[in-house]
Design a protein around this ligand. Structure first.
Ligand code: SF4
Length: 648
């Protein structure tokens, strides 16, 4: 086999029912779909039957890397766990982005990805080492929590190995179960339950295979530019009394771009902590209960990690419970737990135990928030309309009443919109730090924001937060760039590098990712053609959505409360540091979004513009044949036509 730069060249299919394996050549997919999300989406489109349940043995579970993993490309070592999600509502295509070193080790073991089907007769784990696969007995691991499992596997297979495993939540098919790997790296959307449904406790990867890089000098040059751009970066560690940083635990090849690390709790316990939603999962409840913030949320997150429960979904369940209690839909008696204790450590210990063992209210909660709403009934499902999107994500995150562009992400995306929202809101959060501290804590002024808008979004209107003008073009560009990034599986916390601490103008460089791709794979790719790869996979995902029953304009909807309820407060960082929702407006003048709603007619007009830019039919929102052909997706047209998904 000819050397394939950026890849080992082989993915592996494994059938756990029969034990059979079959190699798949990576080259068959790489040219059109790049890697990561692109590969997963193509395999899903080709192979997943809409009638196959997520937890059925035939439902494929994919572990997929991108071309950067295993090379020295900065922040390029992440990977995806993917397939049909048992957590999304209804069950549909989903994926979870995972950090840590497993993706790098998978390639060192000789594989770019795994496609796992079937169900083992008894608990097993997959051991991959230097191009060989073994199914090993996992009877001694079944029942252990995630951290204990990882420790045992590490002892058994040594420092050169990395494992990803499930805890009791995955074994018991709890729909919010996740897969856990080293240093707290985890992937959600319920794929821990999919592993459990296959009797698959863990996958261990070890080996010494190297990934070849096409242009090592170019890669060094891009890496060194990235280092200079982030020089002087201040990591905003969530500062909590009673927690001490022991050491940072960055993913391989990352110059510690985020505060991921090992921390010690005042009780002496050491656990991994990241700088994402997981840190804040219990924060609000802890504040309410104790009247001040304590270090308990750190332990609550660790507890969820040990069980293998997704903290994002656990956060949604807590909101749901509180809303039900407020409306008198759930009482202590009906729930089987004292709800007034919400916020205490004892409460979260008991609640997680009830979810795992499906006792009391835990039986409904183990099905995830959206399904729990229907199971509890008595109007509980209606309460979710103000909190959750149709597929089951938090609808309040960076919501469109505050940031108009985000309405298009919420309307058109069925998987997590988080990285798209981040691209708009990460720079704004830094601007808020500049605004709230008169420039003392961050240099990202309105002037810097205007430069970023020109450079990254090709339009200064992108940072005029008062208008709908230009937002459809900005949203399209962001989605294409974010999908291209997910094909590379480059870190969302790191890329795109919009704000830069090093240079004088404090703006980053939008060409970095395309240059990394070219340096690693040797494929000629400029910024525009890189975004094209994202556009291709975005269109592929649109077809998957259509196949799974969410087709065109009639389904490109946002939550009704964006149109009707004025934006008055925000619980997160933006609300605390910017309670008046001040933002740059026309020509950089400041405006306030306090009291704003999304305007229905302008939203519909923005959607018209968006479809036109995408080359889709404006009336129906369906994809046009010509657009699919131009994106080299012509082979999908016959299948899409059968489902009525193509506008001629
Ligand atoms: S920024 Fe954080 S999550 Fe991203 S690659 Fe670096 S260490 Fe990993």
């Amino acid at each position: 086999m000819a050397t394939m730069y950026g890849w080992t060249g082989v993915m592996l299919r494994v059938n756990l029912t029969t034990g059979e394996t079959q190699p798949v050549l990576t080259a068959e997919l790489a040219e059109r779909f790049v890697g990561g999300r692109g590969f997963i989406s193509k395999i899903y489109w080709d192979e997943v039957d809409t009638n196959t349940a997520a937890l059925h043995p035939d439902s494929p579970l994919m572990f997929m890397t991108g071309p950067l993993a295993g090379t020295s490309a900065i922040a390029g070592s992440r990977w995806f766990i993917a397939g049909k999600s048992p957590l999304l509502y209804p069950e549909q295509f989903g994926l979870g982005s995972v950090g840590g070193s497993f993706g790098v080790k998978l390639k060192a073991a000789g594989y770019d990805g795994l496609i796992i089907t079937g169900k083992a007769a008894k608990p097993v784990y997959i051991y991959l080492n230097d191009g060989k696969l073994e199914l090993r007995d996992a009877a001694g691991l079944w029942g252990l929590d995630t951290f204990a499992t990882l420790e045992r596997l590490h002892k058994a297979h040594g420092d050169a190995s990395t494992a990803v495993c499930i805890g009791p939540a995955g074994e018991k098919l709890v729909r919010l179960a996740l897969a856990m790997s080293d240093h707290g790296a985890c992937g959600g959307s319920g794929f821990g339950a999919v592993m459990g449904s296959k009797n698959l406790k863990a996958v261990v990867a070890a080996g010494a295979q190297k990934v070849s890089v096409a242009r090592p000098d170019d890669l060094k040059a891009v890496n060194s530019q990235i280092r200079s751009l982030i020089e002087g970066k201040i990591l905003m560690d969530p500062n909590v009394e009673g927690l001490e940083l022991i050491k940072r635990t960055p993913c391989p090849g990352c110059p510690s771009g985020c505060p991921r690390g090992l921390y010690k709790h005042v009780s002496g316990r050491e656990e991994v902590r990241k700088n994402c939603q997981s840190v804040y999962m219990y924060y609000l409840w802890d504040m309410k209960y104790h009247g001040e913030s304590t270090a308990d949320p750190f332990l609550a997150t660790s507890l969820a990690n040990r069980y293998g429960l997704c903290t994002q979904e656990l956060g949604n369940l807590l909101y749901f419970l509180e809303a039900c209690v407020r409306q008198g839909i759930i009482t202590d008696e009906s729930a089987g737990i004292s709800l007034s204790q919400m916020g205490s450590l004892e409460f979260i210990e008991r609640l997680t135990d009830m979810i795992i063992s499906r006792k009391g209210i835990g039986e409904a909660l183990a099905e995830g928030t959206m399904r729990a709403g229907h199971i509890v009934g008595n109007g509980a499902e209606k309460l979710l309309e103000k909190r959750m999107t149709r597929s089951g994500f938090n609808a309040e995150a960076y919501n469109p009443r505050y940031f108009i562009t985000n309405a298009l992400f919420y309307a058109t995306e069925s998987t997590s919109t988080m990285n798209q929202l981040h691209e708009v809101c990460f720079p704004v959060m830094k601007w808020v730090m500049w605004y709230a501290t008169d420039g003392a804590m961050a240099p990202f002024s309105t002037e810097v924001m205007l430069k970023i808008a020109k450079k990254f979004w090709r339009n200064e209107k992108a940072v005029d937060f008062s208008t709908y003008e230009g937002k459809a073009a900005v949203a399209t560009l962001i989605q294409n760039r974010e999908y291209a990034k997910e094909n590379l599986v480059a870190c969302d916390f790191f890329y795109p590098l919009t704000t830069a601490d090093g240079p004088e103008d404090h703006t980053g460089d939008p060409t970095l990712e395309s240059r990394l791709l070219t340096a690693v794979t040797g494929i000629e790719c400029d910024e525009a053609s890189y975004y094209k790869t994202g556009e291709r996979v975005f269109n592929l995902q649109r077809a998957i959505q259509g196949k799974e029953g969410r087709a065109g304009r009639k389904d490109d909807r946002v939550n009704e409360f964006y149109f009707t309820d004025k934006m008055e407060e925000e619980a997160g960082f933006l609300g605390v540091f910017n309670p008046d929702f001040m933002l740059p407006g026309p020509n950089g003048e400041l405006i306030s979004r306090k009291g704003a709603v999304l305007e229905r007619d302008r939203f519909e007009k923005m959607l018209d513009e968006y479809y036109a830019i995408r080359g889709w039919d404006v009336k129906t929102g369906l994809q046009k044949r010509k657009t699919l052909e131009e994106l080299k997706l012509a082979d999908m047209i016959p299948g899409m036509q059968k489902l009525g998904l193509v506008a001629e």
